[in-house]
Ligand binder design. Sequence first.
Ligand SMILES: Cc1ncc(COP(=O)(O)O)c(C=O)c1O
Length: 462
Amino acid sequence: MTAQQQQQQPQQQPQQQPQQQAMVSRDAAHLVHPLHNPAAHASARVWVGGEGAYLIDADGNRFIDCLSGLWCNTAGNGRTELADAAAHQMRQMGFASGYAGSTNPRAIELAERLASLTYPNINHFYLTSGGGEATDSNIKLARYYWKLKGQPEKTKVISRIWGYHGVTFAAMCATGMAPYWEMFEPRIPGFVHIPSPYPYLYQAPDDAPSQGIAAANELEKKILEEGPETVAMFIAEPVQGAGGVLVPQDDYFPRIREICDQYDVLLVSDEVITGFGRTGCMFGLEHWGVEPDLMQFAKAVTSGYFPLGGIGISDEIATVMNESGSPWMHAYTYSSHPVGCAVALAMLDIIEKENFVDQARQKGQRLLGKLQDALADHPHVGEVRGLGLMCAVEYVKDKGTKEPFAPSDAIGPRIHAETVERGMFSRVRGDVYCIAPPIVTDEQTLDRIVEILAEATAAVLG
Ligand SMILES: Cc1ncc(COP(=O)(O)O)c(C=O)c1O
């Protein structure tokens, strides 16, 4: 079993009470789940309620929602503002087409708000139902853009190992984790991967100016290998999330921007997790003063209360599209959904009024410091890392050599199971425990996250 396959293993084993067990049996009879895995699902939790940073299961147990659902629920559960915005819009108009020739006030307002919040050069938005659709939209837009620019051979997509961009077919090809594509081969030709900057593990050559520059130069190497005239775009998360919270070196993205400019490759920032405050900036690349050509977002734009995502398009690309004289033949039924846009507008109010950016920065610093105090000296903790309220602890067999545990030791899943026993729920990537609680999580609960993880670590690793 490879480290990546280990990710698919059962993540929790605690006993359910009969009522919850009965629901899981009914579930198994008819529901197919994302990452469907009957063995893992036998011990599933049935979530029936939520209060702020806590989730409640069908047996009445409370768990710290240590991953904000799936990195999305930054505002926490029970936000009546979001429920009211959805109900109000549903009463007024549940749905209307967003195809060219139709629009609605909430979508117009949302695009205006996004233009004022995102990178200065990004002022045009196409809305989707989630992150994977956003990835596909950006890939199709990048290809279309280069055709309009008279360079139709620029079609290739470069992304990174450990990058996650969703699992619709094109997004899956960009995602840099083999278990997500192996059973669906063949992939679309023209999707290639480079190593991640991964400060803990990336090996830079001895003569490299820095680890970050060496990791960024992997992009230049790949562009030259493929031929710059064939490469349309490079897509990257500012901080890789599902790949194990990989925070790049400070010089990584500035060098990536230079390389993209030099070879006419569009830089696409996947902000599906990092967008709307999570890392302590409104958007991730702001940390390094870099602007992308295209961006994408989802999750926290509605705090997960409604499935909504989108792409942000630079003025330059939008001008080329607008002047093409032909329609962009790309469309989703739920693009510009009035209810989704109403929820997103209410969420942007929360983000601004409650100053999510500052909250994530301050709480993230405190959380990371406490995680480091509690765990960094443990003989099997290789690294404690994070940016804003996005942290991870990576476990290794040998701290000195960074040798990983054998996947069959299932250290990550066992630590996860111990945290569940203690009332906390998250996800692991192999032996990396991910921590990204709601931005509204109070300090006492943040401290409890550290305590639970330290106890779980001791229970599994001594
Ligand atoms: C960075 C990133 N991009 C894209 C996606 C795909 O989003 P969705 O699951 O909404 O299709 C995800 C989902 O976790 C993500 O983390």
